[in-house]
Design a protein around this ligand. Structure first.
Ligand code: AMP
Ligand code: GLY
Length: 422
């Protein structure tokens, strides 16, 4: 097939890498891709979605896969479908599950899906009155997309009120904060569960855990994610079943009733509180770094999974997952997540250890190519990914690879998968 992948991160690289290893040979295009995706295919640069759809028609693209949320919320799926193209992802209407936290919370409430008690409002007085009824900590969220930064966990009533006022006045998040959600704090452990959906049917992937904070032991500011592992032993069959029955099925049914059937990746942010899965949020795309371990754990060809998802044929797919564990360690640049860093050349040692060679790989993210050299130019630069028959083995291999990759200022967390290994 001719396949187009939208996005430029480690997530999109990992989708392309898995597709490039399939038995059937594919031509892969990335828009825009990064400095390493052109080793897997061809980078193109057409930002206007209507022009991109025309390009896809001219180049006989048979499947388009969308990585990040912004093009989905902006309606790239609708535009491609209007042009008769096959694309895997939600419509702009369905992408509101991620694009608006108010919309998402109202869907959860309407269809009785377990979530934190909340109040959504655009009114400062109403927000303050609700906050007065709560116990700390209190969670305050801006409605719109904020690149993962729109959530404040306030440790006092005063702080919560201040956060709500700042969001509503537009001082903290601009238009994204003109509506807010104030909700109760959930104390438990967090999971990322992904359902591949075609509007009717779904396939659930092994549950993963992300590591959002910059520092070991979950300290310091939030990031896009510093590492992930899967499958996590923190999930048992009972939790999977509860998530299917109480979350995925009613969401797919509900979105059909709303006139916005959900096709694409439903990323369910779950907090498990005393054995009960409670929904923190929905995203409408793969998590990054979760994608980088889930793609290689698939035995089923990735292109087939997404093609069947895009053409309402998931009921005809018997999804197969490898009997292995994956651990991904993000290597970030010196000043991440505060500010950008000077470009630094990436040197990968000539790896001779068979164990590392056969059971690890790099997924490239914030990199640019200059001649035949690769430079770290983004915040999250690359991921060292390891596999094994246990989480510990996968982790040790991922960290062994980390020791063989170098650039000035490289920064990693040293405790990825700790919750599974403690
Ligand atoms: P979100 O963007 O909604 O995923 O929130 C970002 C992060 O804030 C989540 O991954 C959680 O770690 C945390 N968070 C969000 N909502 C809550 C909540 N109600 N209780 C506890 N932690 C939360
Ligand atoms: N890893 C979390 C996210 O992609 O939002």
């Amino acid at each position: 097939m001719n396949i187009l992948i939208l996005g430029s991160g480690g997530r999109e690289y990992s989708i392309g890498l898995s597709i490039s290893k399939e038995k059937e040979k594919h031509n892969i295009f990335f828009m825009p891709g990064n400095g390493a995706t052109d080793n897997l295919g061809t980078n193109i640069n057409i930002k206007d979605y209507n022009k991109l759809a025309q390009w896809a028609i001219t180049n006989s693209i048979e499947l388009t896969i969308v990585g990040p949320e912004a093009p989905l919320v902006d309606g790239v799926v609708d535009i491609f479908k209007e042009n008769g193209l096959t694309i895997f992802g939600p419509s702009a209407a369905a992408a509101q599950l991620e694009g608006s936290k108010v919309y998402m919370k109202n869907i959860l409430k309407k269809y009785n899906i377990p979530t934190a008690a909340f109040c959504e409002t655009s009114n400062e007085k109403e927000a303050h009155e609700f906050i007065d009824t709560m116990t700390i900590p209190i969670v305050v969220k801006a409605d719109g997309l904020c690149g993962g930064k729109g959530v404040i966990i306030a440790q006092s009533i005063e702080e919560a009120k201040e956060a709500a006022s700042d969001m509503l006045k537009g001082t903290s998040f601009g238009d994204a904060g003109t509506s807010i959600v104030v909700e109760e704090f959930l104390d438990g452990y967090e999971l990322s569960i992904f359902a591949i959906c075609d509007g009717e049917n779904y396939k659930v992937l092994p549950a993963a855990q992300d590591h959002k904070r910059i520092g070991d032991g979950d300290t310091g500011p939030n990031t896009g994610g510093m590492g992930a592992y899967a499958p996590t032993p923190l999930v048992n069959d009972e939790i999977y079943k509860k998530v299917e029955d109480r979350v995925i099925k009613p969401t797919l049914e509900g979105m059909k009733k709303e006139g916005a059937p959900f096709e694409g990746v439903l990323f369910i942010g779950v907090m498990v509180v005393k054995g009960e899965p409670i929904i923190l949020e929905y995203n409408v795309r793969f998590g990054d770094p979760e994608c980088e371990i889930l793609m290689p754990l698939l035995e089923t060809p990735v292109s087939e999974l997404f093609y069947k998802g895009a053409t309402k044929q998931l009921d005809k797919l018997d999804i197969k997952i490898k009997n292995e564990f994956g651990v991904a360690v993000v290597m970030a640049s010196a000043n991440y997540p505060y500010s950008s860093s000077a470009p630094a050349e990436i040197i990968v040692d000539n790896i001779v250890d068979e164990d590392i060679l056969n059971n690890t790989h790099i997924s490239y993210a914030g990199v640019e190519k200059e001649g035949d050299k690769l430079f770290a130019t983004g915040g999250r630069v690359l991921l060292c990914v390891g596999f094994g028959t246990s989480i510990k083995q996968a982790r040790d291999r991922a960290y062994a690879l980390c020791g063989q990759v170098h650039f000035v200022g490289k920064k990693i967390r040293t405790d990825i998968a700790y919750q599974a290994l403690n």
